[in-house]
Design a protein. Sequence first.
Length: 163
Amino acid sequence: MPAARKSWIRAALIAVAAVVAVVGGFRFWSADGGAEAAVRLRPDDAAVIALGQKIHAAQCASCHGVRLEGQPNWRERGPDGRLPAPPRDASGHTWHHPDEVLFRITKLGVARAANLKDYASAMPAYEGVLSDAEIVAVLSWIKAQWPPAIRAKHDELSRTPSR
């Protein structure tokens, strides 16, 4: 094959790769900087889980509990109008939300993730505190603690396209 043709093919492949990267980036990030459906938790990755456990202990356990048990009366608003931290174990509702929703809530906070202007929540936004990979790690560690049946239900929910 002539050198000019090889150069043209190489340039075309690089251009295609660049387009795929740009299009993939737009699919992954929404207009407000939040992650879209490309976010996938990794509860079977030992390195990710180890990192997630450390982050949970440092950033989350004080509210959600060391064993993911949450705070007492988590369904009842306190005097400040905010709900206590819910459990993240199988008894809570975390597993009812797909991966990308859990990621957005953790990164952006409940109000911004759900586009609720006046929603008061004690849950902080971790954007600028944790990297995207660290958020995925802590959520992956949480998921790794769930029983197999709950994990399977969550896997199915996360495979279903968001509405």
